[in-house]
Ligand binder design. Structure first.
Ligand SMILES: [Zn+2]
Ligand SMILES: [Zn+2]
Length: 337
């Protein structure tokens, strides 16, 4: 489970993720890019042109088969249907003749539970109150009875797309499964080239200098995985004449059964971000040739930002010819800087 302070790095959250937010401000800061503290009203229009509001209903407590208000004094008897598809907002003494226009907007709903642990299934968290994302809901005017203080909200979506609110720069972090699946695919590519003599590969390669279409992803571990093309990686190494692009004097060695020196391909813009581009990232222009040491440093080094900055300035123009436009700061963000 990800620390809720890092939720802005995710593409989306859904009810199934069962993140527990301690306060309303935590939700607004983690998911919607605010920097608030202290108490907030449980009904918050986003006022950012997105046309959504965020709602934090106090959910009724279940005692056996009975529901009792979250807070006796306030008297709200709000509850989620068993299948999670609709929400009932009920109050014995809140008759209305109509509702405000703003109340008709779709709402991101984070239910306030007194005993959140009871709501989050197998994941055991300290028993305390907190807010759980329940989905995107909208008022069902037909089935609500305003005069009797009884309003029904229908679920219209399971997920909230966080990229529009809290993306870091112009890019949001892929979810953890996407990151892990892509890391495995990167390792596989390096490994398959490791076992190749590259004997057939000519030295030198001309960039195509035009955007390439994204190839259809496969579904792996439930996420879209964009496959790496081995020949494309070999072309990229050939373009660099099989030396390290950080410094062509970095030590390396001759490949087995080969006349080529050993370097490794690295996708400068990680493939895990493919979904956020409309052209392929698996192109020679986006693949750099690195010695083993630099390749490890760019992934695992504390000061890898200096390598990234250098490679960015070397590649910016050719990336743009391949239709890949990115700022230095967005690229650094992708690497966690
Ligand atoms: Zn790499
Ligand atoms: Zn190097």
């Amino acid at each position: 489970m990800i620390d809720i302070r890092n939720i802005h790095r995710l593409k989306s959250i859904s009810m199934d993720d069962e993140y527990l937010f301690p306060t309303i401000a935590d939700v607004m800061n983690s998911c919607f890019g605010k920097t608030w503290d202290g108490y907030r009203n449980p009904f918050i229009p986003l006022n950012d042109g997105s046309g959504y509001v965020v709602w934090f209903p106090a959910m009724a407590k279940k005692r056996g088969d009975e529901f009792i208000p979250f807070n006796k004094k306030q008297g709200w008897l709000n509850r989620l249907s068993d299948d999670g598809t609709f929400l009932i907002e009920e109050h014995a003494n809140d008759p209305r003749s109509s509702i405000l226009e703003i109340e008709k907007l779709p709402r991101y709903v984070f239910g306030h539970y007194e005993d959140a642990a009871y709501r989050i299934g197998k994941v055991q968290i300290d028993k305390k109150d907190g807010y759980l994302f329940l989905g995107i809901f909208q008022i069902d005017l037909e089935n609500s009875n305003f005069q009797q203080g009884h309003r029904i909200y229908r679920k219209i979506n399971d997920k909230v797309d966080l990229r529009r609110y809290a993306g870091v720069g112009n890019f949001a972090y892929p979810d953890l499964t996407t990151l892990n699946t892509n890391e495995t695919a990167d390792d596989k590519l390096v490994d398959s080239l490791r076992h190749s003599s590259l004997l057939e590969q000519n030295d030198g390669f001309q960039y195509k200098e035009k955007p390439q279409k994204i190839r259809k992803p496969i579904i792996k571990d439930g996420v879209s995985l964009y496959l790496r093309n081995k020949q494309t990686a070999m072309n990229a190494l050939a373009h660099a004449h099989f030396v390290c692009e950080i410094d062509n004097e970095h030590p390396t060695f001759i490949r087995k059964n080969s006349d080529k020196t050993y370097t490794e391909p690295h996708h400068l813009i990680p493939m895990a971000f493919q979904e956020q581009f409309d052209v392929s990232l698996d192109v020679e222009e986006n693949i750099v040739s690195l010695c083993s040491n630099c390749h490890n440093e760019i992934h695992y080094g504390r000061d890898a930002d200096s390598l990234i900055k250098f490679l960015y300035s070397e590649r910016k123009a050719v990336l743009e010819k391949a239709g890949i436009v990115i700022s230095m700061s967005d690229m650094l963000t992708m690497y966690g800087y």
